[in-house]
Design a protein around this ligand. Structure first.
Ligand code: N2P
Length: 357
């Protein structure tokens, strides 16, 4: 009898331990399936009220995780062990993830609200026919500046950043493509350039910017610039718009040498567990009223034409954040440069960061 009790106790302990271990693993790796939906999005990129409303409407519980660069997001998904149902990569990352067979094709019949997206943002070269992705936000990269803190004229060109009057007065977005990209643009090279001499020249030029760079930062760049901790920032357009809502003195310019035009789209990674939930979420975010609220909350530009019509005129009519097709045509979209070249861009960016130390 005692032996039997001991055996039961042992079985119980092992079973309980296993259950506990699995639950730990699930919560740390973003387990989804059943009634949960795991979303992997950029930081500060959704109105939290919309998440709560989606949960209430659908009965699905959302597990929400964030990333701060395409590179970090891709590494995590490539490594495996995650079960994200939705992610929001930028165009070159979508192209790379497609190539690596990391995405599920999208069934458009499950997204009736897809019809609200402006044609201008559909069927782009990184994902013909939107086979794998659905537009979420779009924008540019540019310079946000505080006229009160500038000694000289307002910047209009990337090369203005090297002005000695900006010593220790510039904040940079923590993005490899963005920083190497404006280094190349400042030399009038393409931000997709793969010529090693051009890349080294851009790297040397960026190293020479070091005395002017106060910090290279993530999402806190918005708070720092709004609080007037630096005169100038190189940022994504939506962050500039958000900063300018906080501090009306600031302004945003897309430099004259050219810059980046980017698109962030929702995708369903191949490892998704709750595919129906993923469609429900995408369709919810494509609903014009939801897309409009999301755009107003985070400050980024919506590709949803019905949502745009719902936004106040001071947002939808602001050509700094809703530039015309004639203007965006002059900008460059990041190409998928391939695994090796992307790694090289990351390396150069890392070396630039080290150079500052
Ligand atoms: C939001 C970051 C937006 C990224 N915090 C632009 N691709």
């Amino acid at each position: 009898m005692r032996q039997l009790v001991q055996m039961f106790a042992a079985v119980f302990i092992v079973a309980f331990g296993l259950m506990y271990a699995t639950s730990l693993l699930n919560s740390s790796q973003g387990y989804s399936g059943g009634n949960t939906l795991t979303i992997y999005n950029w930081g500060d990129y959704i109105d939290p009220d919309l998440l709560a409303e989606f949960e209430e409407e659908s009965g699905v519980k959302v597990i929400y995780q964030t990333f701060d660069s395409n590179e970090a997001m891709m590494t995590k998904i490539e490594q495996g062990g995650t079960t994200f149902d939705i992610s929001v990569p930028s165009e070159y990352a979508i192209s790379k993830m497609k190539e690596e067979n990391l995405l599920l094709p999208i069934d458009h019949s499950k997204l009736p609200n897809l019809k609200h997206i402006d044609e201008r943002f559909m069927n782009l070269s990184f994902d013909p026919d939107n086979e794998y992705s659905v537009p979420y936000f779009w924008g540019t990269v540019g310079i946000v500046y505080n006229p009160d803190l500038l000694e000289g004229e307002a910047p209009t060109s990337w090369n203005d950043l090297w002005d000695p009057s900006l010593r220790n007065n510039i904040l940079l977005v923590d993005g490899a493509r963005e920083v190497i990209g404006f280094g190349l643009n400042s030399l009038r090279y393409s931000l997709n350039d793969t010529n090693e001499d051009h890349l080294q020249e851009a790297k040397r030029k960026l190293d020479a910017l070091t005395p002017n760079v106060k910090a290279i930062v993530g999402d806190e760049i918005k708070m720092l610039l709004a609080n007037e901790e630096a005169a100038v920032g190189v940022v994504w357009s939506g962050d500039a718009s958000e900063i300018m809502t906080e501090n009306e003195k600031l302004d945003y310019v897309v430099p004259e040498e050219g810059s980046n035009l980017w698109f962030d789209n929702m995708v369903i990674p191949k490892t998704a567990r709750n595919i129906e939930g993923a469609y429900a979420f995408m369709n919810f975010m494509l609903e014009p009223e939801h897309a409009a609220r999301n755009a107003e909350y985070v400050g980024y530009s919506t590709p949803n034409k019905e949502a745009l019509a719902l936004l106040p005129e001071d947002i939808s009519g602001d050509t700094r954040f809703y530039p015309s097709p004639e203007l965006t045509e002059k900008l460059e979209v990041y190409d998928n440069l391939g695994k090796k070249m992307l790694a090289h861009y990351n390396e150069l960016f890392l070396e630039f960061k080290m150079h500052r130390k």
